[in-house]
Write a protein that binds this ligand. Structure first.
Ligand code: GLC
Length: 480
């Protein structure tokens, strides 16, 4: 690995897994202290790992002193101008369900695109801009190597407040939501780029959570904006050769066109885990899976997750792996309602099951209490199936998912697969994805029929370690 990205560890009431921050410049006592963070940075740097931290500029926690002051100061005050207050709500809908507006005791309403405990900041306010620069400086001074910018396509809102009753999650709608992908957001990314560049060397990097089409996303990685954005369309692509090839081609050409590296990602803390998603027929995976949903074919999902990992790690650009995917963990698909913590679950009366299923604490040691995840009761129960996938079990097994990832990452670095071109060997429309990465060839069998590599092929790595030069269905092989 080259770097780790830490999701928010800042002081927080933990209404939204730490994305409701009450102090942007501290560490939540639940997790440790600033000294611990400094030690972590030092140790990571000794190991040659960079550390990217989460920047959450779209909103604060309602417990943040800025919001407490805004409520106390009353309508029309400069304190209230830090947020988006109005006398009347609009028809905008929250990402977590329900209205995006919450009323306060004096009658005004504030905007919360996520939970009511996450009031949106007003990025039209020069004061917010200036104060937030200090947040970046605080962490850059401590030596962080960059930021992952939460809701990087949000932040700036159309303050004429046009009607938009549509779902904030519906990227297919004709009208762009008045709070996503607004032109003014690029000024913020430019501002943060020039600020973080002023700290180089060592080089600092910015990666945006930018949930828009590839065509729109490349505007965020123009030379004076972010370095990278997560490749959302890739993350949403089913295990289907035609769809995968199309998104790979579009991404390489679109990002290449602005001189940025494409990124590849199959999972994160908001999405169904890849081993579960791929356990449904292509295109049929539900958004969330709970005890009352159809259940995935776990063996198929794991097989495809292994093949998908080798496919992703062979692509040019930057690959992001969600913690636990390197162990082949599936979603906790049978979490009881009473255990769920995601605010989306309560705000939609259970219609959206929320994201808890992919956030279950990792299994480190198969035989230890809580599978080695600390001594206290974990905030979410771990499924029984996790014991067999514990890190200590996999470390000693050369056929494990962990061994596959470590082997692939080592080769990726040795062969410099993150750089260079991709040349297709397979035909468009085929059920196989075969391509040349210079020193290595990659064959991913996304179809049903077995394939065979040429007799003189030397297999470097296979997602199915038992099959030699055969490439059965749902298998990826690196060879030369
Ligand atoms: C991003 C985060 C998600 C969080 C939301 C609000 O989408 O990835 O976990 O709930 O922003 O901060």
């Amino acid at each position: 690995m080259d770097a780790v990205w830490l999701s928010p560890f800042y002081p927080s009431p933990q209404v939204d897994g730490g994305y409701d921050i009450s102090d942007f410049c501290g560490v939540d006592p639940l997790l440790g202290t600033l000294d611990d963070l400094d030690a972590l940075l030092r140790r990571a740097h000794e190991l040659g790992l960079r550390v990217v931290v989460d920047l959450v500029p779209n909103h604060t926690s309602s417990a943040h002193p800025w919001f407490v002051e805004a409520l106390a100061a009353g309508p029309g005050s400069p304190e209230r101008d830090r947020y988006i207050f109005r006398d009347e709500p609009t028809d905008w809908v929250s990402v977590f369900g329900g209205s995006a507006w919450t009323q306060v005791p004096d009658g005004q309403w504030y905007l919360n695109l996520f939970d009511s405990a996450q009031p949106d900041l007003n990025w039209a306010s020069p004061r917010v801009r200036a104060d937030y620069d200090d947040v970046l400086r605080f962490w850059l001074d401590r030596g962080v190597d960059g930021f992952r910018i939460d809701v990087g396509h949000g932040l700036v809102k159309d303050l004429t407040f046009p009607s938009f009753p549509g779902s904030p999650l519906d990227s297919g709608s004709k009208q762009r939501a008045p709070y996503w992908d607004q032109e003014g957001v690029h000024d913020l990314h430019r501002r943060w780029r020039s600020l973080s560049d002023s700290y180089s060397p060592p080089a600092r990097m910015l990666c945006g959570e930018v949930n828009v089409s590839v065509e729109r996303a490349v505007r965020y990685v123009r030379p004076d904006e972010l370095h990278q954005v997560f490749n959302w369309p890739f993350l949403m692509t089913p295990w289907d050769a035609v769809a995968l090839r199309a998104v790979v081609d579009t991404s390489i050409s679109a990002y290449g066109g602005v001189g940025a590296a494409p990124t590849w990602v199959f999972g994160n803390h908001d999405m169904l885990r890849m081993a579960t998603r791929f356990g449904f027929a292509a295109g049929e995976a539900p958004r969330r899976v709970g005890p009352r949903s159809p259940q995935p074919d776990e063996a198929l999902g794991l097989r495809r997750a292994r093949a998908a990992a080798l496919l992703m790690l062979a692509l040019p650009g930057s690959a992001y792996v969600y913690q636990g995917d390197e162990l082949g963990l599936g979603e906790h698909t049978t979490l009881a309602d009473a255990d769920r913590q995601d605010p989306a679950f309560a705000r939609t009366a259970g219609e959206d099951l929320g994201r808890d299923g992919c956030r279950v604490p990792l299994p480190w040691e198969a035989d230890a209490p809580n599978l080695g995840f600390g001594t206290g009761r974990p905030w979410l129960p771990q499924p029984e199936a996790y014991a067999a996938l514990a890190r200590d079990r996999q470390e000693t097994d050369p056929t494990s998912v962990l061994a596959l990832y470590t082997g692939a990452l080592r080769l990726r670095r040795e062969l410099d697969l993150g750089a260079g071109d991709l040349r297709w060997l397979s035909e468009p429309g085929a059920h196989v994805l075969a391509f040349d990465r210079g020193s290595v060839r990659v064959t991913a069998n996304v179809g049903d029929a077995d394939l065979e590599l040429p007799p003189d092929a030397e297999v470097l790595l296979s997602s199915d370690p038992d099959v030699g030069r055969k490439v059965p269905s749902d298998t990826t092989v690196w060879w030369r």
